[in-house]
Design a protein around this ligand. Structure first.
Ligand SMILES: [Zn+2]
Length: 269
């Protein structure tokens, strides 16, 4: 992969076009960045198109040579209002099955998913003229609305940008959360390892079921009830159980020894 800056530079003329909608340009730049982060490099092929350019493109495959690429005459494409972009894969071109980053997902559809999360509508979802490279943010306006002079307001544009900023904040928060979760898991693994080492008889403290340990502890009078014990208490009982300190014969032996020591102490006095 080339650098992100170099990848963005390939679309600079479209992103910086004075006629492109500011929120669409913002979302398009994020689309390039996020696709890059996902291992897919893309380039924008179209952004804003004038009515004249649109008519010229409409003629392609009809009056002039080439393949038909649009169904829209001048004024009837969202590109004419600066709210649409078209993209292509830098590796893979228009191949919708290409998986150059080898993550098991089509690179094209990865880009589409990222675009939709950013607020774009995808031309591949259209039924009348399927337009796979096409993405747009129409602000709820039909082409007729736009033809009759309706335009996105500053507030509408800012709302799109604000939503993307929130999305980015949430993502970075989720990343931090993931780092913390990994740290907790590591600490937990260390604690478990210590407890394993403390077990003289090679049994794990973290039992699936503490019933045996608790019942045995109750049986020898260490505890009076079983069901009200917290997890740390149960872990201690389990440790004692694992080293046979809940066995009646061991407890009796300990009691006898303690009693003898007590007698000795008494004699000393
Ligand atoms: Zn398009």
């Amino acid at each position: 992969m080339t650098t992100l800056e170099a990848t963005i530079a390939k679309s600079a003329s479209i992103l910086n076009d004075a006629h492109i909608d500011k929120a669409v340009a913002y979302a398009a730049r994020k689309l390039i960045e996020r696709s890059y982060a996902a291992g897919v490099e893309i380039r924008l092929t179209f952004g804003y198109r004038s009515i004249e350019e649109q008519n010229k493109l409409y003629d392609q495959g009809r009056k002039t040579d080439g393949k038909i690429v649009t169904n829209a005459k001048g004024g009837r494409s969202y590109h004419n209002y600066g709210v649409a972009i078209d993209f292509v894969l830098i590796k893979g071109g228009y191949d919708m099955k290409a998986d150059n980053d080898q993550d098991g997902y089509s690179d094209w559809m990865e880009v589409v998913a990222i675009a939709k999360a950013l607020g774009f509508e995808w031309g591949g979802d259209w039924e009348t003229f399927v337009d796979n490279p096409h993405l747009q943010i129409a602000y709820g306006y039909s082409i007729n609305d736009l033809l009759h002079g309706k335009r996105p307001t500053d507030a509408q544009q800012n709302a799109i940008i604000y939503k993307i900023i929130q999305l980015e904040k949430r993502d970075s928060y989720m990343n931090e959360l993931e780092v913390l979760r990994n740290k907790v898991e590591l600490l937990d693994a260390r604690a478990t390892a210590i407890e394993k080492r403390l077990n003289l008889f090679g049994k794990e403290t973290y039992a699936k079921d503490y019933t045996d340990a608790a019942e045995a502890a109750k049986n020898v009078g260490m505890i009076t009830s079983v069901n009200d014990k917290s997890k740390p208490e149960l872990n201690i009982l389990q440790m004692l159980h694992n080293v046979h300190l809940t066995s009646p014969s061991v407890v009796n032996l300990l009691k006898e020894t303690a009693a003898k020591d007590g007698t000795k102490e008494e004699k000393k006095k």
